[in-house]
Design a protein around this ligand. Structure first.
Ligand code: 13P
Length: 247
């Protein structure tokens, strides 16, 4: 039986003060049975990590460098994220892919670096609206997964999480229907099952894209949806907790 993970991707929002208030709100609230993770902006990780040191809410980062150390201005290493108390790190978010030109290969290298450092990568995959309309969703998702499978072993997926985030659903208020999401989640699990069925059955596959307290229950009820990667709704403690409670 797979457990359910609700992870908040705070993206580049808020201030130190609002981040502290948000984490206090999440800590104080009722979250039901869900496993929770928060991914604050990198500069707040140390502070938020300290606030979570006695909590079972996990800390995650929003990206990680594909190199261990050295002259990589602006990047943050996996070791540094570990020092901040991170357990998770998002890799290959569509905003990184589309706005900052991260290729499938770079995402795969970031994934490998996270695994090597003992972090759990949350690997994001998903198609654009145009790609969905062209009916190539599975092809795109397969390509994104294949890049990682080429440079990492299938065994590494036992230490990873996947997030299916249709690009057209991110920050648009346009959520995938439970059937649309379930179909892609089942495709992802099936694809990994071709390499190792045991690992595929254990793997947590999260849905991300305009998930909120009113649509979460239906999405999370789908067989292959094992949680959510929440953007906008993770910035309000009440909404984030309401999503967790809807499992
Ligand atoms: P929204 O929940 O704001 O659509 O963002 C989803 C997302 O990108 C999470 O990584």
């Amino acid at each position: 039986m797979r457990s359910c993970l609700i992870a908040g991707n705070w993206k580049m929002n808020g201030s130190l003060q609002s981040a502290i208030e948000l984490i206090e709100g999440i800590r104080q609230g009722d979250r039901g049975q869900a496993q929770l993770a928060v991914c604050p902006p990198a500069v707040y990780l140390m502070k938020i990590g300290g606030m979570l040191s006695d909590s079972d809410i996990a800390l995650g980062a929003q990206n990680v460098c594909d190199q261990e150390a050295g002259a990589y201005t602006g990047e943050v290493s996996a070791g540094m994220l570990r020092e901040c108390g991170c357990r998770y790190v998002i890799v290959g978010h569509s905003e990184r892919r589309s706005l900052y030109g991260e290729s499938d290969q770079l995402v795969a290298a970031r994934f490998a670096m996270a695994i090597a450092a003992g972090l759990t990568p949350i690997l994001c995959v998903g198609e654009t609206l145009q790609e969905r309309e062209q009916e190539i969703t599975e092809k795109v998702v397969a390509r994104q997964l294949d890049a990682v499978l080429e440079s990492s072993a299938i065994g590494d997926f036992a230490k990873a999480v996947i997030a299916y985030e249709p690009v057209w659903a991110i920050g648009t208020g346009k959520v995938a229907t439970p059937e649309q999401a379930q179909a892609v989640h089942a495709f992802i699990r099936g694809k990994l099952a071709e390499a190792d069925d045991g690992i595929a059955q254990q793997l947590q596959i999260l849905y991300g894209g305009s998930m909120n307290p009113s649509n979460a229950a239906e999405l999370l009820a789908q067989t292959d949806i094992d949680g959510g990667l929440i953007g906008g709704a993770s910035l309000k403690a009440q909404d984030f907790l309401a999503i967790a409670q809807s499992i």
